[in-house]
Unconditional design. Sequence first.
Length: 214
Amino acid sequence: MRLKAIRRPLLLALPFQVSMIAIALVIAAAGLEVEMLLTVLLAVTMWAPAAAELVFRTTLPRALQLHYLIFIVAGPFMGSALHVYWVIADWDTLVHFDSGVLVAWLGMLWLRRVEERLQVPLPTWFGLLVIQLTAMAFAAAWEICEFASDSILGTTAQLGSLDDTMGDIMAGTLGGLFAITLLLILRRPRSVAPASLLRANRRTADADEAPTAR
């Protein structure tokens, strides 16, 4: 039954996988440098949402799955496999900012599942803190992995610069703040947000719309 259920995330990933490989082949045929092995590996990682649904016996919202697929294309594929990082100076910063938004959405979904299991709304301050700390923790962990890769494998992910490392962490942190702002102001994405934060947002909106007593 679960294998049947994961067909949707597999089918959702398929056009992204085919497009990435096709673009890489065209660029390689044109004589330009492209990392084909990395492209194939990234295409495989697009099955991660399906694997998560199978392992954790849950359903990932479509918005989160699409965001993940777009992140893989814009970040590792375009940035590393197609070398956009070396062409557009700020591309890496934009990718780290988006990673903060994506991971904040994961934090929201985790809170949502916890509330569904406990059937008790969590405090608003706690939910917001978890979301922001999730984005910050991921940003720091990403930089640790880049440092380890540079030290062990001889890569140049951090370019030997503390400014690059701190800039990436700040970009991820700001991405988390942006995701929270989007949730509190526009109540989006509703499919990911925990009910407690949606209700808190609704109460604030109702209070703002209430007529002032005279």
